[in-house]
Design a protein around this ligand. Structure first.
Ligand code: SF4
Length: 568
């Protein structure tokens, strides 16, 4: 039975609380009371930071409310009270033994009370109590005159919730706690009842297990962060291709009018528009409404920008700004970042150096240089010194890079040093294109986490590039770009049809070249990898977001896990 036949039963006429401004915004949602009793951090994330995720469990709860059998009639009622300071929509109201009974439906199981009988969970109890208080005020009854029940569908139990003198006291206690939490600027710690996190929709954002690990290195981490992305990245590649909307679907059409791809919007994580491909206003509006970022790359693969929905995440940006105004914190992050990057570089070289027949003087010399750079990272006292170390390691790495290629690789694909704008050879065109894809993924994660991409801790604002995206992508250059580039070149996957020489304009991947590069990059992102610190496996695609979320933890006063991973 649909729940959208909701009825507003009452508009309480009590005067508004002075200074609360817009009444609708001043009232606390009853679901927020449910959240605070479940976990104070959940309340803070949802109500203060305004992070809400409709995951499978949330959707299943909604479906429950839409598919109750006929013997469980459900009509939602919306009530609000300025005196109580709350508003909410309760599931059902019935008459039993001559009195009203508020009924709340839950998908899960009841708990066991102190007497061993089935009981309601605290969070469900405070929720139904709040509805009783709202209804009592509306009907001008004493709360004790109204009954309260919670129906647990997983174990088919209906639990009565006592409404007595203590009810109002309990309600007031939870209300005052919500006010205290709203005034604070720091997230509360994760709940000590760790099993609650197993069924919390915000676990991938909250990362409670990672935080417990940061506090207690012996903590046996459970992976609550999704291991893989189940949504697609839709590339609109060719000049003249067009992305359009059909209802809740996104469709890519060729210039000739052939359908190239067609997906429901909920299957799409990002759209990437290359060069002169087109996107209709309707498709753009659908993407923004469904939180699908649309990224634009130039024909040559240069990142141009993105459209995203509203800003959000004000608290996260304030904390980021405050944290980055501490020089010691910036330096600490930058040291870890550079050390991880150059460690990745030396390991990449060592992979080849271990095969005796492929060692070269350039590789051996680069390994010695980069190792000395790693040793100096921890002692660097300022950012300029770190930049110098990073530059020295980079020069050594790129001087040895051509020696990572097998002798059979076509001379056309052998790099002549590292050149960026423009790429001066085919290999550099490939590297630059893939770094652009990586940059786009990092920007997407930064925006999804709610950090400000302009506020970096290592790179300075020198170009149009976001400094924070440039920072974070350093962690992924070797594993997500350099390694697959060398591997695909050694497999001789690249030919002259994949690249073109534009003379002074540099080298550029052709459309087949871009298509193959995207395929290689996405395959690499889908590979799973065991995080050496958290101890769980996840795809590289998820690892990018995980690192950004761990960075965000550094800004919330829970440091220690960002940039701790090492290359496999
Ligand atoms: S994941 Fe756990 S600690 Fe985090 S909000 Fe949910 S219940 Fe609270």
């Amino acid at each position: 039975m649909a729940s959208d036949d909701s009825k507003t039963l009452a508009q309480n006429a009590s005067p508004a609380t002075p200074g609360t401004g817009d009444t609708a915004h001043a009232l606390t949602r009853v679901m927020a009371l449910h959240a605070v009793a479940y976990c104070e951090r959940l309340f803070y994330l949802e109500e203060v930071e305004e992070i809400r995720i409709a995951d499978e469990r949330v959707l299943a709860g909604r479906i429950l409310h839409e598919t109750l059998p006929d013997d469980q009639p459900l009509t939602s009622y919306v009530l609000e009270s300025e005196r109580l300071g709350i508003r909410g929509k309760f599931d059902a109201l019935k008459r039993q033994d001559g009195r009203f009974v508020v009924v709340e439906h839950k998908r899960g199981r009841s708990c066991k009370g102190a007497d061993g009988n089935h009981d309601a969970w605290d969070s469900d109890r405070v929720q139904v109590v709040a509805y009783v208080l709202l209804l009592a005020e509306h009907l001008n009854l004493a709360p004790e005159e109204i009954g309260a029940q919670v129906r647990y569908h997983a174990n088919h139990r209906t639990v009565d919730v006592a409404i007595d003198e203590a009810t109002q006291v309990e309600f007031d206690r939870w209300m005052s706690r919500t006010h205290e939490l709203r005034r604070g600027h720091q997230r509360p710690p994760p709940t000590t009842a760790a099993n609650r996190c197993l069924s919390c929709s915000l676990a991938p954002v909250c990362l409670p297990e990672e935080e417990r690990l940061a506090r207690d290195p012996s903590w046996d981490t459970v992976r609550l962060f999704p291991a893989n992305t189940d949504r697609l990245i839709l590339h609109v590649l060719e000049n003249g291709d067009r992305l359009s909307r059909g209802g809740e679907r996104l469709t890519v059409w060729s210039k000739a009018g052939t359908k190239i791809a067609d997906h429901p919007v909920e299957q799409i994580a990002q759209v990437v528009i290359h060069g002169a491909a087109q996107v209709t206003t309707q498709a753009l509006a659908l993407c923004m409404a469904r939180d699908v970022q649309v990224h634009y790359l130039s024909r040559g693969g240069r990142y141009l920008g993105a459209t995203t929905a509203g800003a959000g995440g004000v608290q996260r940006r304030i904390r980021q700004y405050e944290a980055l105004s501490q020089p010691a914190l910036r330096l600490g992050l930058a040291r870890r970042l550079v050390a991880t990057k150059v460690r990745d570089q030396v390991r990449h070289l060592l992979r080849v150096a271990r095969q005796e027949h492929r060692r070269s003087p350039a590789i051996d010399a680069a390994i010695v240089t980069i190792r000395s750079c790693i040793a100096r990272c921890d002692r660097a006292n300022e950012s300029g010194e770190l930049m110098g170390i990073e530059g020295e390691a980079g020069a050594a790495y790129w001087s040895a890079f051509p020696d990572l290629l097998l002798p059979e690789v076509d001379v056309m694909w052998r790099p002549k040093g590292r050149s960026r704008r423009p790429p001066r050879d085919a290999c550099n065109a490939l590297l630059s294109f893939l770094y652009s894809l990586l940059y786009r993924d990092v920007v997407a994660s930064i925006l999804a986490v709610g950090l400000e991409p302009s506020l970096g801790f290592h790179h300075r604002a020198r170009s149009q590039a976001y400094p924070l995206a440039e920072d974070v992508m350093e962690l992924f250059r070797v594993p997500l770009v350099d390694l697959p580039v060398i591997a695909s070149l050694n497999r001789r996957q690249w030919t002259s049809e994949h690249v073109q020489d534009l003379g002074p304009g540099g080298w550029l991947l052709t459309e087949p070249g871009r298509r193959q590069a995207i395929s290689i990059y996405e395959e690499r992102k889908a590979e799973t990898w065991k995080h050496p610190v958290t101890g769980y496996s996840l795809s590289y695609a998820r690892l990018i977001e995980l690192e950004v979320r761990l960075l965000e933890k550094e800004y919330t006063g829970q440091p220690g896990l960002f940039a701790k991973r090492n290359l496999r």
